[in-house]
Ligand binder design. Structure first.
Ligand SMILES: [Fe+2]
Ligand SMILES: [Fe+2]
Length: 295
């Protein structure tokens, strides 16, 4: 599929609430935006999708080409992706299925969209089947985000839930088991690490400096919290190193690292909430836009 063809489809999709004509007419199409494995830049492609048993599935068929498409290589490096579906846009975690599960899902795809079976029959490369998991709002999340305190709690709730989930998967993981949970664990764990980095970078670069100006009495607390970010950042780096291989060879080391992460992170989040929520509750979020000058 040529670049300009893709660009036209993307433009048409966005202009028409997710509907496109031409070769895609009547097909189920979504836009997937991944983050470049090397460039770090957003990369959007139109893709056919299949729904099966409540799962949203895409197949890295590249129309039968011998190599995996770029978007698949990108999602292995950065599992958090953006999905545009109809008029909806949401973030998802991309999890390729493995082993018997992959086969079961691929068979389900082919029953709905036989062209994938034709492509697969003409290439030696096994097409990855990717589940686009839309994270559910965990319980205890504020219903509506109105202040920076709500925003912080929302992020912390996601981090706690994601880490709990990853630890449970790591406990269940046995290398070489036919069910093949390795890739799933890796994607979930990487997504957690990316979410954590993003959150702490936002605190270090924006929230903490703003609080230091408005609440000088918090200087000592902010320094402690910043130091905890550095410690947690080091554990995160070790997790990312362990996850660098697609196959997890040493689940025990990962489990140990995750337990350490959990202890440090839980105490950090509790500490941060106790110290900062009162000050953050007074700051509206999203921030009010300044009106045009002269009004
Ligand atoms: Fe935080
Ligand atoms: Fe923090």
């Amino acid at each position: 599929m040529s670049m300009s063809f893709n660009l036209n489809v993307i433009e048409e999709f966005r202009a028409n609430g997710g509907r496109v004509g031409g070769p895609f007419e009547g097909g189920d199409l979504l836009l997937l935006t991944t983050t470049g494995a090397r460039s770090g830049r957003p990369h959007t492609v139109p893709l056919g999708f299949v729904r099966s048993d409540g799962l949203l599935l895409v197949v890295a068929s590249a129309a039968g080409a011998p190599e995996h498409p770029q978007w698949y290589r990108n999602l292995l490096a950065h599992p958090v992706v953006r999905v545009e579906l109809g008029t909806e846009t949401f973030d998802a975690i991309a999890v390729p299925a493995e082993g018997a599960r992959r086969k079961e899902l691929f068979d389900a795809v082919v029953r709905t969209a036989p062209k994938y079976g034709d492509y697969q029959a003409h290439t030696g490369r096994q097409f990855p089947v990717v589940v686009l998991e839309r994270p559910e709002a965990p319980p205890g999340q504020p219903r509506e985000v109105r202040s920076l305190a709500d925003k912080l709690l929302e992020a912390h709730t996601w981090l706690r839930a994601q880490l709990r989930h990853v630890r449970a998967e790591a406990q269940a993981h046995v290398p070489g088991r036919p069910a093949g949970l390795g890739l799933q664990l890796r994607q979930h764990c990487l997504a957690f690490c990316e979410g954590l980095s993003h959150h702490h970078t936002g605190e270090d670069s924006a929230i903490f400096p703003a609080l230091a100006r408005s609440h000088p009495e918090l200087a000592g607390v902010l320094a402690q919290l910043g130091e905890q970010h550095r410690v947690i950042g080091q554990i995160k780096e070790e997790l990312v190193t362990l996850l660098a291989g697609i196959e997890l060879s040493d689940p025990e080391r990962l489990r140990v690292e995750l337990e350490w992460m959990s202890a440090e992170l839980e105490s950090h989040l509790d500490h941060e909430e106790a110290e900062l929520l009162p000050a953050l509750a007074g700051i509206p979020f999203p921030p009010a836009r300044p009106g045009p000058i002269g009004r």
